[in-house]
Structures are given as structure tokens and as C-alpha cells.
Design a protein around this ligand. Structure first.
Ligand code: ZN
Length: 354
């Protein structure tokens, strides 16, 4: 007789607004979410000028008491600084305005304070804008940790359209990674009877397909294409909320990216590395790696080691190290058992190394 599964908890965003020139709706969103009392806006030096400052003014116009803090890097030190300021001010919500890392800090600080969080992304660079997970440095874990799902998400496409093309291409790399991530999740389910949710997996795959269909438009910076990319990234975040883990969105290709961050910190963007990882992991899974490579090229994302500023030695070391980055996460890498020779062969056969 099979054991009955325990209860499964899903924590989802309550409202997502996406549109052109809608930053001024932040005040009404705050009210509709039932938030009362002061807000703390967490932003970066650049994103304060792009949107953070305006968000503060709009909230204040709506009668919300508002303070802001500018953070530099997504470190645990910054999270503690934000949380202690929030505690001092007695804030009732945290509002993250930025490209991703500021949102991660806002999410993590909100969790520490036990208050809701609103996510206002200024770029379409990765799926953390809507997910319950955050990438925080200084926790001795090179992968993302559980924080909390944003209660509200507001996306002003006027801001996204003006963001650097490289960030959008990176967002595409993070989305295309779902093809291999979902395969890894199914594999872990088959081999280890790990929990697998078809709904969350389908949502992640649908997001990846939506991005692929819009690749040309995204590559040319077309507004509708970028909107599709943004919606795909949000859906990926929701898929993680539904799964209760990052499984539908993060598999062997993410382990490669995290390992590369250990081998060679700060060389390229998260989504860029995941995209290149997805090319190689697709080959291990018997998926069409050429198709993944061609979609990445279409959107202007890197497809080889040079594009992610990694030497051949670093790529090989990252591939060999990847399965040990997160031992509980079973992926195709556990079966491929790459040694240096096999890793080099995989990178060469997919054009990641010449
Ligand atoms: Zn990712």
C-alpha cells in the first residue's frame, strides 16, 4: 500500500499587474492588497534613479508612510541591515525595486520581519522576480534559499523596454533552462520517488515554450516580445510557488551555473550561464541541444564558454563539480558521472568549447 502524501502548501502572489507606464499604480496596489501602515522601499543606486525614487513618491502621494534604503550587493549582511531598519521604523511591507538582487534582499528581509513583500522588477533578467526563493551571498550555499513569494508584483513595461538588452537575453537563458530542469525533476521522481508535480512542471515548460515562440521579437527588443518574456519569468516564479521548491525551474544546468560561480566568481550573469548549461544538459538528456543553442543565439544570449567569460579549464571543472554543489538535487549529472575527459567531450560536442 502506498503511503499517503502529506499536505502540500502553495504560497502564491495575490495580484500581478503588468502594463505600460503603470508605476503610478503602486499606491492603489498597496491598498488593494490590504496593506496598512508604512512601507520600506529597497532599491539599488541605479534603480533608485530609474524607478525607486518614483515608487517612493507615488506611495507617499497615496498616503503611505514610506522610507527607502539603497543596497549594493545581495549579501546576508545587507539583509540584516534592511531588516533592522524595518524593525526600527515599524514597517508593514517591503517593496523591492530593482533588477533582481534588490528584490532578493527585499524578499529575505520581509521574511525576517514577517511582513508581506511587493516586487517591482526593472529588468527581465531572471525568474526570482516572482518566486519564493532568493539568492543571498554569505549563507554558504551557492544556490537560492526559501524566502517568501511576493504578495504583489507590478511590472511597468516602459521601464523593462529601456533596460539593457544583455539583461533580457540573460532572462531568456533562465527560461530556456526549464526544458532541462523539468527533465531532471522527472528523472529524480522516477529514480528516487521524489515529489513531482505535473501542474508546476507544465507551467514551467509552457513558459519556456512561450519564450521560444517569441525569440525573434525578444531579440529585436520588440515590446510585445519582452512582455511575453516577462510573463514567462513570472509564470516560472509561480511554478516554483506551486511546487514548493525550485525543482521545476532549476536542474543540472543551474548546478553548472552555481559551480561556475564557485570556480570563477562573478564572470557572467546567472541566466547567461544557465543558458549555456542548458545546451550541454540537453545533450545529456537526449533533447535537441541545437535548438536550444539556436534560440539563445536568436535572442543574443551567449552560447559558448567565451560568451560567459570562462576558460576551457573552468568549464570542465564546473561540470565535474556541479553534482556536488547540491547533493540532494538528483539530476542527469548523477547518471552521466562526468570526469574531466567526459566533461571536455560534452563541452566540445555542443560547441561550448571549440
Ligand atoms: Zn535561475
Amino acid at each position: 500500500m502506498s503511503r499517503r502524501p502529506g499536505p502540500h502548501r502553495m504560497e502564491l502572489p495575490r495580484e500581478v499587474i503588468i502594463g505600460d507606464g503603470i508605476l503610478d499604480r503602486v499606491g492603489e496596489l498597496y491598498g488593494r492588497l490590504g496593506l496598512e501602515g508604512p512601507a520600506l522601499v529597497i532599491t539599488g543606486p541605479r534603480t533608485y534613479r530609474i524607478a525607486g525614487g518614483e515608487v517612493c513618491s507615488y506611495l507617499s502621494e497615496a498616503g503611505v508612510g514610506v522610507s527607502h534604503i539603497v543596497v549594493e550587493k545581495p549579501t546576508i549582511g545587507e539583509v540584516r541591515k534592511v531588516a533592522s531598519l524595518g524593525r526600527e521604523l515599524g514597517v508593514r511591507a517591503s517593496v523591492g525595486v530593482g533588477g533582481g538582487s534588490k528584490i532578493d534582499v527585499a524578499k529575505m528581509a520581509a521574511r525576517e520581519l514577517g511582513i508581506p513583500m511587493i516586487s517591482i522588477p526593472t529588468a527581465a533578467s531572471h525568474d526570482g522576480i516572482a518566486s519564493p526563493f532568493a539568492s543571498i551571498k554569505g549563507l554558504n550555499r551557492p544556490y537560492s534559499v526559501k524566502a517568501q513569494a511576493p504578495l504583489g508584483i507590478l511590472v511597468d513595461m516602459d521601464i523593462i523596454v529601456d533596460s539593457p538588452a544583455r539583461l533580457m537575453a540573460s532572462g531568456c537563458g533562465d527560461v530556456i533552462a526549464k526544458f532541462t530542469a523539468v527533465r531532471d525533476w522527472r528523472l529524480a521522481h522516477r529514480r528516487n520517488n521524489e515529489y513531482y508535480g505535473d501542474y508546476a512542471a507544465s507551467l514551467a515548460l509552457m513558459s519556456a515554450k512561450l519564450m521560444v515562440r517569441n525569440a525573434r521579437r525578444i531579440g529585436s527588443g520588440d515590446r510585445e516580445g519582452l512582455r511575453a518574456l516577462m510573463e514567462a519569468l513570472i509564470s516560472c516564479g509561480v511554478a516554483m510557488s506551486i511546487a514548493g521548491s525550485s525543482r521545476p525551474c532549476s536542474g543540472s544546468e543551474h548546478l553548472f551555473s552555481h559551480a561556475l560561480d564557485v570556480v570563477r566568481p562573478g564572470g557572467a550573469l546567472h541566466g547567461e550561464q544557465c543558458g549555456v548549461g542548458a545546451i550541454m544538459m540537453a545533450r545529456l538528456h537526449g533533447l535537441s541541444w541545437r535548438r536550444i543553442r539556436s534560440v539563445l543565439a536568436t535572442v543574443g544570449a551567449p552560447v559558448d564558454a567565451d560568451g560567459i567569460s570562462a576558460t576551457p579549464d573552468q568549464v570542465v571543472r564546473a561540470l565535474v563539480m556541479a553534482p556536488s554543489i547540491r547533493p540532494g538535487r538528483y539530476t542527469i549529472l548523477n547518471e552521466a558521472r562526468l570526469d574531466e575527459r567526459k566533461a571536455l567531450e560534452l563541452a566540445r560536442s555542443t560547441g561550448v568549447l571549440s
